[in-house]
Design a protein around this ligand. Sequence first.
Ligand code: PMP
Length: 384
Amino acid sequence: WIYLDNNATTAPAPEVVAAINDCLLNSWGNASSSHAVGQISKQKLVAARATIAKFLGCKPAEVIFTSGATESNHMAILGALQRGESRRLVMSAGEHASMQKLARTLAGQGVTVDFIPVTADGTLDLDAAKALIRPDAALVSVMSANNETGVLMPVAEIAALCKAAGVPLHVDATQSVGKLPFGFAESGADLVSVSAHKLRGPKGVGVLLMKSGLAWPALFAGSQERNRRGGTENLPGIAGFAAACERLATGTETIPETAARVAAMRDCLEAGLKAAIPGTVVFAAGAPRLPNTLYLRFGAIDADVVLNRIEKLGVIASSGSACSAGGSEPSALLVAMGVPRDLALCAVRLSLSDATTDAEIARVIEAIPAALGPLLGEQSDPGG
Ligand code: PMP
């Protein structure tokens, strides 16, 4: 396969698999047990927390291990509503499905959820944000980069508005951490969600970073994670996550170097497909984007048709968020950006990783036109 669905998940790096196996074999004790077997695990947990904290630019005590970004997002949102009187949340319109669905449930329970609209190029409408970010909000939540379009959101500007209003800021940084440099202290956020499986780590583990001094209600009661997240720690997952961070921190390439290499491959893919397939339209082309993400449509060919055909030639991609795939609903984000529904259903996302090669990109530039060839004459591009 040529795997171009890395925004859905990435292949665990060999170092990650080794760290997980080692943990399962040699440090399977409960890190909360005071006996020697538990203490071996405790030491691993402390070391992994320190590695992850260093990579994310925060203090070890600011790291709360969770089962992934979905849980981290839920803890941020639900905790915000429990800790004070406010029943009003501000979120960005392009949030991940885990947030959108939660927002809908909460709205049904009388919580006011105000969405910062996205502009036609997929970024956030800062004028609208200015009007919505007021002291009466319990929390503002935005994403650092969108999982579908790859658009980088104006987090610094949102952080300044939150600071002025005295409202805590949560950032879902799941798609940008590992792909671009990140530092919790500099981010301006009070809470940040990260997931290990997007950066060559394992699934089912992530963190919620929480600024020192902030008190936040737990989702799961229990004494682990300083009473902030109950449940025996997923030590193999956490050790795998730490190995993924260590790999990025100490690899032969720095993160900016990898980002530049991946962006060059993405740009080559974008140019190659545009040249080969008339009617190719790239979504959010005018906005700053993640280096690895290309979201596009080939004229008006339905995404399912494209994906089926290219998979037969060994190219794996998706129509957008894996978490909301499988339905005939178009991407809510594209619709919010003003893309007509029928064209939004044509959206195909190609997302690269640091393991993607130039040779793979060259093959994809040949394979996609070959797979679509018979269809290219049939469809007319309605524009837009
Ligand atoms: N937020 C974003 C932006 C994501 O892309 C994802 C993963 N698709 C998640 C949250 C959920 O992460 P997890 O799979 O770790 O629950």
